[in-house]
Design a protein around this ligand. Structure first.
Ligand code: NAD
Length: 402
């Protein structure tokens, strides 16, 4: 039972980081209670490093107070939830300290920068869970209604036995070789490049949609632009890029299916395109995040002359999460996935139920990312993932209450 399950006092939330994800998560915290029935909570503290900048962000995003040292919020009895929107290199230290302090943790993806960190975090999460303290990784695309629907259709056997999956996450913000250096381009701060940043989402989707586990990995990574303008701009000279610009992998799944995964931040013209295609022996599904209200479904049991992909506009009240929003056809956007994530996390905390994706699910993704790098370092040879160390396939997650 959660220490906070069933309590009527509002859950106090502190969020660490207030840039890209901090803005997206703040929007979710501000809106969630307007659309979903969730337990009472308060946006208490926003944490950053620069006092003036964090105060400005807190006023804009609806946080009551600010702090410049994340450790201070862990000491407070009125803080129950820590939302970590800081870069990957900080995930392990913050998450482990927060869980040890008895705080529920919502943590941005990927779980960690290294396997050692991911394993320590998962152990801390398991220990905390035994005391009713919950944790969840922010693979928000599990909360796209069309992808939650895709999972339901696959589980119901509507496309039969899945044989082949294509998962590609393509962006182009690094196509310009003058795009500047940032923490995302350094191994010590980001762990890896397109691999950890966006292939992690694609891999999580393969596990989520198929409710399966990966047994074997072959991978390749490549950096096309090795030096970029430093933080001082052109005058400051060029700095080394120490992560990949793009990554490729094939994954064998325990069920016998095979998935190809591609991720690129130099895919000119693709802005934020997470493309998924799932081929079964009785049908197929197609999805593209750049068109996130739509799911394409082909029923291969229909007479051949009537077959073809049909477009499901995922905006009916019967679809996952949708009845909280607008009348049919009044579509939703990328930011709604974070609102769904916060809703599911709050319900899990208040009911004392472990949310998904769990840190174990995050660790599973991390093992696959690690195997891609190992394989890439040895001419794409196959790397086996031992089933013994793999969490049960069932932990790959569900859409609670969706
Ligand atoms: N789910 C998604 O779709 C998605 C998208 C982008 C990023 N992310 C993930 O979100 C996390 C953050 O990425 P981002 O894009 O928001 O990065 P960002 O650079 O935009 O923001 C990072 C924030 O962390 C803060 N920060 C850094 N050091 C800090 C410290 N010591 N104390 C307090 N705050 C500190 C920075 O001030 C900044 O506000 C990463 O794990 C990233 O992989 C997820």
């Amino acid at each position: 039972m959660s220490p906070d399950a069933g309590t009527t006092a509002p859950l106090g939330v502190a969020m660490i980081g207030y840039a890209f994800m901090g803005k997206a998560h703040s929007n979710a915290w501000r809106n969630v209670a307007s659309y979903f029935d969730v337990p009472a909570f308060e946006q208490k503290v926003l944490v950053g490093r620069d006092a003036a900048a964090v105060a400005e962000a807190a006023a804009k995003y609806g946080w009551a107070e600010t702090a410049t040292d994340w450790r201070t919020v862990l000491d407070r009895d009125d803080i129950h939830i820590i939302d970590v929107c800081a870069p990957g290199w900080m995930h392990a230290e913050i998450a482990i300290a927060a869980l040890d302090a008895g705080k529920h943790v919502l943590l941005e993806k990927p779980l960690a920068n290294t396997m050692a960190e991911a394993e320590a975090m998962t152990a801390a999460a398991a220990h905390a869970r035994s005391k009713g303290v919950q944790s969840m990784v922010g693979f928000n695309y599990r909360r796209v209604p069309a992808l939650a629907l895709a999972k339901e259709l696959i589980a119901a056997g509507r496309i039969g036995t899945v044989r082949h999956v294509r998962a590609a996450y393509l962006q182009d913000w690094l196509a310009d070789d003058q795009a500047p250096m940032s923490w995302r381009l350094k191994k010590e701060t980001a762990g890896s490049g397109a691999l950890g940043d966006i292939a992690s989402h694609a891999i999580d989707q393969v596990l989520f949609l198929l409710d399966d586990r990966v047994t074997e990995v072959s991978g390749r990574v490549h950096t096309f632009v090795n030096r970029r303008p430093g933080t001082g701009g052109q005058a400051g000279g060029l700095e080394d890029v120490t992560v990949d610009d793009a990554a490729w992998a094939t994954l064998s799944l325990a069920s016998g299916a095979i998935a190809s995964v591609e991720a690129s931040r130099v895919a000119t013209g693709r802005k934020n395109s997470l493309q998924l295609e799932v081929f079964g022996d009785k049908g197929a599904l197609r999805f593209d995040l750049e068109n996130l209200n739509e799911l394409q479904f082909l029923d291969a049991t229909a007479p051949a002359r009537e077959q073809g992909f049909r477009r499901i506009l995922v905006s009916e009240p019967e679809h996952p999460y949708v009845d909280a929003w607008w009348p049919q056809g009044h579509i939703i956007g990328w930011e709604h996935t974070f609102t769904h994530e916060v809703r599911d996390f709050l319900l899990a905390v208040s009911s004392g139920t472990a949310p998904s994706p769990s840190f174990e699910d995050g660790l599973e993704v991390q093992r696959i990312l690690d195997a891609v790098e190992q394989s890439a370092a040895s001419n794409s040879t196959l790397v086996q993932l031992s089933p013994a160390a793999t969490p049960a396939a069932g932990t790959a997650g569900t859409t609670e209450g969706a």
